[in-house]
Design a protein around this ligand. Structure first.
Ligand code: NAP
Ligand code: SF4
Length: 670
């Protein structure tokens, strides 16, 4: 056993079964579990995680009936045909020595379909559909459906089920006054509000017997008005324990909460003390979750007694072999989840299959395969940004002899700039991971090396991944000394003044505002103050009044397009960016024409009126152009097998997800 992580690697005896270590892969919807999808792909996805050593896996949410769907035709377990699909998953996981629970999720009023039901007929601000209030008979039928769903899961070979009671889904809707306005035996006092979850647990236990895991995911901090207090949460947890739950998993925040809980800007392990406070009141094992992404934090939480198990969902998408690397004494080789949501939740909420920005194989295990090559080639990769490092390390992993040329003194390319943005410190981990991979796979890295096409001619294949440079728009006066581009600012080469205009409100424009205004490496206490989170959870839903931040600069963000701005590109994180900019009083101007820049500032036209922004600094965040200098007039000198990837291929809408994916895909084919 690795002595650095004794608690994380310690097995857990549940009496009738044992978990091989303390890491749980938390539930995460991938899209693969939906009805009529290919359960072979889902089986391969989970088998890879089981092979990677995780102690327990929990599937994405599967509904017990049609009313409980999150999406039309979402994964459902209510007939024997479903059992056959799911057996493919359980058999694949068991073959790898893993254990797996099926999560039973009733979405309640979060369902995106016309059959939605809830405790009361109140619509959520994030939902399109108004729910129907459940009748007594519908409630009783739902309890039976949960029991039947669990029994079918047992027949499918699952080691247990998780009953989803957090994040604002149906059971959370019943348990909190926010949605539950009933006056019958299912509403009112806490004893009534928690009746439905308790009856479901009892029914489930009755259907599956004693030797089957029942995990219950309980919301510890609702982070919405009308949420429960700490004492109410403890009372519910105790009642669940008495009703027959084996494990208590935890959740933080409803989906409709306007406080980020898993975004990269949330400090690591921010909610550990909340789990600790609950665990002190229970005998059953408690699972800690939310923004825990390193073995060091996991070990510290377990060692301090704040939890018995650690749940990681996204970190296991990023690296299926997380725990095996810990056990082998190589935590530096972990491909760490950077909590960006770009590859996983942003995809899911756009109706696409979830994958991972830092691991393009996630969800595509049967499609993107890195086979050992039978004919090793001499491969040159030009550019050690994300696309280049991805191509180089995958090619080397497959057995090719790879040389990676980089003109700069360090690897990372554009990504090293993202690392400088407060709240994006996690991005450093990806650079560290690739550095470790370069070493492990034996890539020959040549830094500060401006390679020529003539030098490249000696290779069998060349991958050009020379990235992008900031686009300089043709605004009159753009060469004025008060103008800087985003790269110069993020690299610390130029220091902006007090009054700043940020030109361009894409992802980098929004990041730039955060860079100009936020404190770096925000501590948990100051993050809680900014967002109004009470980790003591004394009041309703764990909310307190937020503290106004100190405004360090006067910032105006501009774009030419009309419409709402300040959210950046992230579908699931955009609202938090926008709220953060509003907290820091960033002025946002959309639909502007840039007229010129001079000693006074930035002249622009908006709604037909000309105006000037009197600023000290103008920062250009106006997109990028491809860099292909190595090809200038020399492409014909390259070997026949040469490929362009990432920003060097297309600069528009370049993001790290596409860069890493393109690099890996080319390398998989070499
Ligand atoms: P971007 O998203 O394309 O935004 C560029 C901005 O510059 C646009 O808002 C555009 O708005 C403006 N612009 C473009 N050409 C201009 C011109 N000639 N003159 C004046 N304004 C111009 O690019 P980016 O912000 O540089 O980001 C690059 C990539 O990184 C994007 O794919 C982005 O998704 C990704 N990224 C993602 C995140 C994230 O958190 N997910 C963060 C940063 C970057 P108007 O044309 O309306 O003025
Ligand atoms: Fe983590 Fe981003 Fe990958 Fe999602 S896409 S698993 S948040 S690194």
């Amino acid at each position: 056993m690795n002595e650095q992580f004794p608690h994380l690697l310690q097995p857990l005896d549940l009496g009738f079964t044992q978990l091989r270590n303390r890491l749980v892969m938390g539930s995460m919807h991938t899209g693969l579990e939906d009805r009529f999808y290919n359960y072979g792909k889902l089986a391969a996805y989970f088998a890879e995680r089981a092979r990677g050593g995780v102690g327990l896996i929990i599937t994405g949410g599967i509904s017990p009936n049609r009313q409980g769907w999150l999406l039309p035709l979402g994964g459902t377990m209510n007939r024997y045909g479903d059992v056959i699909n799911h057996r493919r998953v359980t058999q694949a996981v068991h073959k790898e020595g893993g254990k797996i629970l099926m999560q039973i999720l009733h979405a309640g009023r979060y369902g995106f379909h016309p059959f939605v039901v809830s405790a009361s007929a109140t619509k959520s601000a994030i939902s399109k559909f108004k729910p129907k209030e459940m009748t007594e008979n519908e409630i009783l039928a739902t309890i039976k459906d949960f029991g039947q769903c669990a029994r079918l899961a047992q027949l499918a070979g699952y080691d247990g089920v998780e009953i989803m009671g957090s994040e604002g889904y149906l059971l959370n809707q019943f348990i909190c006054r926010r949605v539950n306005q009933r006056t019958d035996r299912w509403g009112g006092a806490l004893e009534n509000r928690m009746r439905l979850p308790l009856e479901i647990v009892k029914e489930t236990r009755g259907r599956v017997g004693a030797r089957f895991i029942i995990s219950y995911r309980l919301s510890l901090l609702d982070l919405v008005e009308g949420g429960n207090s700490r004492q109410e949460v403890i009372d519910i947890a105790r009642a669940l324990e008495a009703a027959g739950v084996t494990l208590l998993n935890t959740g933080i925040g409803w989906h409709e909460a306007r406080i980020p809980t898993i975004a990269t800007s949330v400090p690591r392990a921010a909610f550990r003390q909340v789990t600790g406070a609950l665990r002190a009141n229970l005998r059953i094992p408690v699972v800690a979750s939310n923004r825990i992404n390193t073995p060091e934090d996991a070990e510290a939480i377990l060692a301090s007694g704040e939890a018995d198990l650690i749940s990681m969902a996204r970190p296991l998408l990023a690296d299926p072999a997380f725990i095996n690397k810990v056990a082998a004494g190589h935590p530096e080789q972990i491909n760490t989840c950077i909590a960006c949501n770009q590859g996983c939740l942003d995809q899911t909420f756009s109706g696409r299959r979830a994958t991972c920005l830092v691991n393009p194989r996630a969800g595509f295990e049967t499609e993107l395969v890195y086979l050992k090559t039978g004919s090793p080639k001499k491969v040159a990769v030009v550019g050690a940004g994300m696309a280049g490092m991805s191509a180089a390390t995958v090619a080397a992993e497959r057995g090719h002899q790879v040389t990676l040329f980089e003109a700069a003194p360090a690897v990372g390319g554009q990504f090293t700039m993202a690392m400088a943005v407060p709240g994006k410190e996690e991005f450093r981990e990806t650079v560290r991971y690739f550095q470790a991979e370069i070493q492990r796979t034996g890539v020959d890295l040549r830094l500060e090396h401006q390679v020529t096409a003539a030098q490249l001619r000696t290779f069998d294949a060349v991958v050009v991944a020379t990235g992008v440079r900031p686009r300089i728009p043709s605004i009159p006066g753009v060469d004025h000394p008060k103008v800087m581009n985003y790269a110069e600012v993020l690299r610390g080469e130029k220091i902006p003044g007090q009054r700043v205009a940020v030109v361009g409100a894409g992802g980098i424009g929004v990041d730039m505002c955060e860079f100009l205004l936020h404190e770096p490496q925000q501590a948990i206490a100051s993050w809680c103050q900014q967002w109004g989170v009470d980790l003591q959870g004394g009041g309703e839903g764990g909310l307190v009044a937020p503290v106004e931040p100190t405004i360090r600069r006067q910032v105006t963000l501009l774009q030419r397009k009309a419409g709402r701005m300040g959210a950046g590109p992230g579908k699931t994180t955009g609202w938090a960016h926008r709220l953060s900019l509003l907290q820091y009083k960033v002025r946002m101007l959309a639909g502007v024409d840039y007229l010129g820049i001079d000693d006074v500032g930035l002249h622009y036209r908006m709604d037909g009126e000309e105006a000037v922004l009197e600023v000290d600094t103008i920062i250009l965040c106006t997109g990028q152009d491809s860099v292909r200098d190595v090809l200038q007039g020399q492409a014909e000198a390259l070997p026949k097998n040469w490929y362009l990837v990432g920003g060097a291929r297309v600069a528009g809408e370049l993001d790290a997800r596409r860069a890493i994916k393109e690099g890996a895909e080319i390398a998989a084919r070499l």
